[in-house]
Structure formats: structure tokens, C-alpha cells
Design a protein around this ligand. Structure first.
Ligand code: GTP
Ligand code: SPV
Ligand code: MN
Length: 619
């Protein structure tokens, strides 16, 4: 293991004195690190500085250990492929817990266990869990280091793969640590172990993990304990665990929003800029929309973020958004030169870690949808020979690319602004074969929150469990709300009271995934989604036509720009159809959903549901 100069520091004893030789003057951090080392018994402790040189040495070690495969430097410079244990490929929602003091504070959408009981269980599991390994201390900040109130965390992990991935996804290392010291700042303690201690002389495996997995959040002290998994959302703790679950709790207390959203900037042919945020569930199109390459002339898209958005009302009552992340952890399958060239160009610059993709014979990577035709021969994500007639995908459906965000050519300059951008429209979207129109404009803010609260989507490979089941996913936050879901919806409603009502974003519901009678997609999606964004902007400007339906306003057949597309206004009408029979079923499902909330469901939303039923009854 390396010290700050890249020297071998294996013999460096842990400094428990806080003296001159201590790696930090932040006493709370030092004592937490010592406490964890005491509990987990690593062979050594290493403070991560975040340098290029350190990263080179760490990735070298990971290649030697067989965790990473170095890709062909000509085509994928400084890039690596990792292959997980086949049982460690996605977030484990069943094993994810919010351990608030009171059960009701976790709400019905979260697993809960008494915090004392959970701590005792975790103490048992973490005891000696890092034996034979290095314990890495990774100071990080989510969002800008120059923010008014920077949000610090420190991840302790026994996985060098996690360190290398965190380096892409967040700002980490010495600069962050120095700032934490200067401010004597609070940090979220985020403890991670793969749960695979090594006995004396025992050989390691390429992807250590445990059959038993626990992803645990303690809201009152804002701490995170993650055990047994090396997969992204379970192990890169700055991401879902901090920037969504813990941050949603901070946001509730401090008056802001932490959301599962992308942010994009749209420039119209008149050179007017608009910022749009959009919440879609996991693997439902955020990265693709964020990196959109418009198929219509005159409209320009730039990106600010693809997965997580923090929003607060600014001085003029406008809603301002920032992306707290520094990288993309994107779904690989379906990302290709024809569907998402901006992502492909960012990936091609290198400095990326791919997980559970397939390897080409010339040391590159491949996944379904990267090119129209699959290569004649591959090594699949399980290490088996693969040919196009194999009958199964070469890459895991939840395989991912992890790439620095500043490699995106179309990254908006405003990404770098700590004050964020003013949002003028919010989209909520899901993956629905039926029922939900291509795009619907909400009547007003409260109806928009209603749309968000009843958002639904077919489950995907991003979480362990069955794929393709319709489930409600409020604001695409079902697996990420860190507290009671009814209180979360109330927070959305109450926050808007702080807004300049003139500047409140308009809210839209979208569905790129509706099918036609013959089973095909009713809408081409991807770059053509710019046509829907154009309609959204024209609605903001009051220039596009719409039809009023019980659920809101949908485009008229000829209000969507179809230039250059093999589609007719009648096809658009099909894609935006509000079918009373489908909606009768939907309203029953929404009734059932709302019943699950219990007492905390805001009355405003019950009222919106009643009005919706009345409108269908009158139609
Ligand atoms: P997470 O990173 O899991 O939060 O997912 P995400 O919301 O960023 O999803 P992403 O953009 O990576 O899309 C996931 C899948 O949806 C990919 O397989 C895409 O090919 C597919 N997809 C994205 N946009 C569209 C679209 O407009 N139409 C269709 N048909 N599929 C799409
Ligand atoms: C998601 O599942 O929504 C992701 C990937 O963005 S992960 O970071 O694994 O949660
Ligand atoms: Mn996500």
C-alpha cells in the first residue's frame, strides 16, 4: 500500500495520538477511523489522496489481483473492465434499511429495524471483516467544494475497486480533507466492507463479496453502513446512500430537495436557454435524455447531470438545481453510437471502469446495443466464450460504465457553478407499455406533484428481483426516500410555498416506452425525444397546441415536430391517447397505492385524486 508519495507504507502504524504525525487534524474523523480500524482489524490503513499517481498504483494492484482487466490502451486509454460475482450485480432493495429511532419515520416504502438491534448485528458482521486487507479512508464531497455549505462524507472501504470508482464519481482526496479540517466540518461517516476477510495466507478472489448483504442508513446520526456487496449503488456510498437517502433527510430538515433526476440545458433556435430536470426510475432513460443528441434542427442540448439533482429555491424564489456527482455510472446496454453518441464519445476518451460488460478479442468492451451487429466472437461477462447465436446477452443487463463527467463534450459550463441553474420544467417519467401518454402537461403544481406521487414503471435489472412488473415509484425515488413517503410528498408541496409562483417550474409526465398494438414502440425515443422537449418549451412559451384530457394537457397530433420522421400526426395521437378503460384500471391501482401511505398522505393529493376521478366520470 502507498502513502501520499506513492511509497510503500505498509509498515506505517496507525496514529491514535492526533499528534503531528497524524494524517488529519480533524479529531472527529481521526477517532472514527481509529474506532473502525479497531473493529474491522485491517492489515493496514491508507488515507486516499486522490492523485493521478495513486490511482495508477491502485489500478496496477487491481490488475495484478485479477479484479480489473486492463483494456487496449489504443482504443480505451487508462480504462479497465471488472467482472463481479454473478450474485452481486445490482442494488439489493430487500436488504436496504432505514433504521430511524421510530419505525414510522422510515415509512412504508423502507425496510426498518430497530437501530440498536441493527447496530449490534452490524458490529458482529464488521468485527474483523477487513482482516488481511487494506482499509482505505476516502474523504469526499458531494457537490461543490466551494458551495456555501459543502456536503462532506468519508467512505471507509476495504475495496480498491470502490476507491477507483469513487474517484470518478466524486471529488475525493487531500483537497477535500483540508477543507473539512479548515471548517471542522460535519461529514457523513460511510463505512463499507465487502465482508470477505482473508485468513493468514489465504488467497483473495477477483471479486470478494459476501452472500449476506446489508445496506443500512441511520437517519439521526446521518451514518451509512454497507456490508457484503461491491456493486455500485450498494458500495459507492456517496451516490444513492448519501446523495439521495441521507441527503433527502438533510433536505427535509434544511428546506431543499435531493432527487433522482437528470438536468439538461436546452437552447432554442431563438438562442434562449432553458433548464429541465427529469426524474425517471433506474434504467428508464435519464442518462440517455441528459446526453440527448437532437434530431431536429436549431435546438441544442447540453448536459449538467444524469442521475442525481439537488434543488433549492433561490433568492428570487426560483428553483435552482445542481448535480452533486462528478461522474456517470451509466447503464451500458442500449448505449450506442446511434442511440447515445455523446456517451460513446465520453467513454472513448478513456479513464473509465466498465463492470460486467463483454470483452472483445482485441481488448475492448462490447454490450448489447453498442453497435447494430454483435462482434463474431466475445468473452461474455461470465468469462465464457460467446458468439451471436449464444442465446443469451454477452453483457449483463445492468452492466455499467463509470466515466468522468468532464469527458462529455456537451457538458454545460454551468455544471461548474456552485449556485446551479434555474429549472423551468420538471419531467416525471416511467416505463409503461400501456396507459401513460407520450407526454402530458400537469394543470398546475399540485397536479404535477400528484403525477409524481403516482408515477409508475416496469421494474428493471438495476435492482435485484423480477424484471417487468409495474410498480408505483413516486418521483422515481421509491428505493431512495430516506424517510416517510407521505412526509416526503408533503415536503414537495410545502417547499413550493417558498417559491415565486411565477417562476414555479411546469410539470410534465412522459413515457418513451408505450407500445402500439403490434408490439413496437409508439415513439422512436432517444434523439427524437428532442421533439417532445420542443413541445414542452413551446408550452412554457404558450405557443404550442394541446388537448385537454382528464389527466392534463396532451399535444395535438400536429403540435409535435415530425420533420424528417416517418410518423404522422395520427401516430402522435395514438401515442398520447388517454384510454378510459386503461385509466379505470390505473385509478384502481392508484387507489390501492394511496391506501398504503396511511395518515401522512397529504390531503391536497387525495383531493387531486378525487378530482381526477370526477373528470373521468364526467368525460
Ligand atoms: P440509472 O442509471 O439506473 O438510474 O438509469 P437511467 O435512468 O439513467 O437509464 P438509461 O438512460 O441508462 O436507460 C436505460 C435503458 O433505457 C437503456 O437500455 C436505454 O437503451 C433505454 N432507453 C433510454 N431512453 C430510451 C428511449 O427514449 N426509448 C427507448 N425505447 N428506450 C430508451
Ligand atoms: C440506479 O440504480 O438508479 C443507478 C445505478 O443509478 S446505482 O448507482 O447502482 O444505484
Ligand atoms: Mn439512478
Amino acid at each position: 500500500v502507498l502513502d501520499e508519495n506513492g511509497e510503500n507504507a505498509a509498515s506505517q502504524p496507525l496514529d491514535t495520538t492526533g499528534g503531528a504525525a497524524a494524517p488529519t487534524t480533524h479529531q472527529a474523523l481521526l477517532s472514527w477511523v481509529n474506532e473502525v480500524a479497531e473493529l474491522t482489524q485491517p492489515d493496514r490503513v491508507y488515507w486516499v489522496n486522490g492523485s493521478v499517481e495513486e490511482n495508477r498504483l491502485l489500478t496496477d494492484e487491481l490488475v495484478d489481483a485479477g479484479t480489473l482487466v486492463r483494456l487496449n490502451p489504443e482504443t480505451f486509454p487508462n480504462s479497465f473492465a471488472a467482472f463481479s460475482d454473478p450474485k452481486d450485480v445490482a442494488r439489493v432493495e430487500e436488504q436496504t434499511f432505514i433504521c430511524s429511532e421510530k419505525r414510522e419515520d422510515a415509512g412504508f416504502t423502507n425496510n426498518w429495524m430497530d437501530p440498536g438491534e441493527m447496530r449490534a448485528k452490524l458490529d458482529g458482521l464488521f468485527a474483523g471483516s477487513m482482516r488481511g486487507r487494506t482499509m482505505y479512508v476516502v474523504p469526499f464531497v458531494m457537490g461543490h467544494l466551494a458551495a456555501e455549505d459543502p456536503k462532506f462524507g468519508v467512505e471507509i472501504t476495504d475495496s480498491a475497486y470502490v476507491v477507483a470508482s469513487m474517484r470518478i464519481m466524486a471529488n475525493i482526496g487531500t483537497d477535500v480533507l483540508r477543507k473539512m479540517e479548515e471548517l471542522d466540518a460535519f461529514f457523513v461517516p460511510a463505512l463499507h466492507s465487502v465482508g470477505f476477510p482473508l485468513a493468514e495466507g489465504e488467497d483473495d478472489v477477483p471479486w470478494p463479496c459476501s452472500d449476506e448483504k446489508w445496506i443500512v442508513h441511520f437517519p439521526e446520526d446521518r451514518s451509512i453502513w454497507s456490508y457484503g456487496s461491491g456493486y455500485g449503488g450498494n458500495a459507492l456510498l456517496g451516490k444513492k446512500c448519501y446523495a439521495l437517502r441521507i441527503a433527502s433527510i438533510m433536505a427535509r430538515d434544511e428546506g431543499w430537495l435531493a432527487e433522482h433526476m437528470l438536468i439538461l440545458k436546452l437552447t432554442s433556435p431563438e438562442q434562449k436557454d432553458y433548464y429541465v430536470s427529469a426524474a425517471f426510475p433506474s434504467a428508464c432513460g435519464k442518462t440517455n435524455l441528459a446526453l440527448l443528441d437532437p434530431t431536429i434542427d436549431g435546438w441544442k442540448v447540453e448536459t449538467l447531470g444524469d442521475d442525481i439533482t439537488w434543488m433549492r429555491f433561490g433568492k428570487e424564489g426560483e428553483l435552482r438545481a445542481v448535480n452533486p456527482e462528478a461522474g456517470l455510472f451509466g447503464v451500458a446496454p442500449g448505449t450506442g453510437w446511434s442511440t447515445n453518441p455523446n456517451a460513446m464519445r465520453a467513454i472513448a476518451k478513456g479513464n473509465s471502469i466498465f463492470t460486467n460488460v463483454a470483452l472483445t478479442d482485441d481488448g475492448g468492451v462490447w454490450w448489447e446495443g453498442m453497435t447494430d451487429e454483435a462482434p463474431a466472437h466475445l468473452t461474455d461477462w461470465l468469462g465464457q466464450e460467446w458468439t451471436p447465436d449464444a442465446g443469451h446477452p454477452a453483457a449483463h443487463p445492468n452492466s455499467r460504465f463509470c466515466t468522468p463527467i468532464d469527458q462529455i463534450d456537451m457538458l454545460a459550463d454551468e455544471y461548474h457553478s456552485p449556485n446551479g441553474v434555474p429549472v423551468s420544467a420538471i419531467l416525471f417519467g416511467g416505463r409503461r407499455k400501456t396507459t401513460v401518454p407520450l407526454v402530458t402537461e400537469a394543470r398546475d403544481w399540485a397536479s404535477g406533484i400528484f403525477m409524481g406521487s403516482t408515477l409508475s414503471s416496469e421494474t428493471t435489472a438495476a435492482a435485484a428481483g423480477q424484471v417487468g412488473l409495474v410498480r408505483r415509484d413516486p418521483m422515481a425515488m421509491l428505493p431512495f426516500i430516506g424517510y416517510d413517503a407521505g412526509d416526503y410528498l408533503r415536503h414537495w408541496i410545502e417547499l413550493s410555498g417558498k417559491a415565486n409562483q411565477e417562476k414555479l417550474p411546469k410539470i410534465f409526465l412522459v413515457n418513451w416506452f408505450r407500445r402500439t398494438a403490434d408490439g413496437g414502440f409508439a415513439w422512436p425515443g432517444f434523439g427524437d425525444n428532442a421533439r417532445v422537449l420542443k413541445w414542452v418549451i413551446e408550452r412554457l412559451e404558450g405557443t404550442a397546441d394541446a388537448v385537454e384530457t382528464p389527466i392534463g394537457f396532451v399535444p395535438t397530433g400536429d403540435s409535435i415536430d415530425l420533420t424528417g420522421l416517418d410518423m404522422t400526426p395520427a401516430d402522435v395521437e395514438q401515442a398520447v391517447r388517454v384510454d378510459p378503460q386503461e385509466w379505470a384500471t390505473e385509478l384502481d391501482a392508484i387507489d390501492e397505492w394511496y391506501e398504503r401511505f396511511g395518515a401522512t398522505l397529504p390531503q391536497e393529493l387525495k383531493d387531486r385524486l378525487a378530482e381526477l376521478k370526477d373528470r373521468f366520470a364526467a368525460a
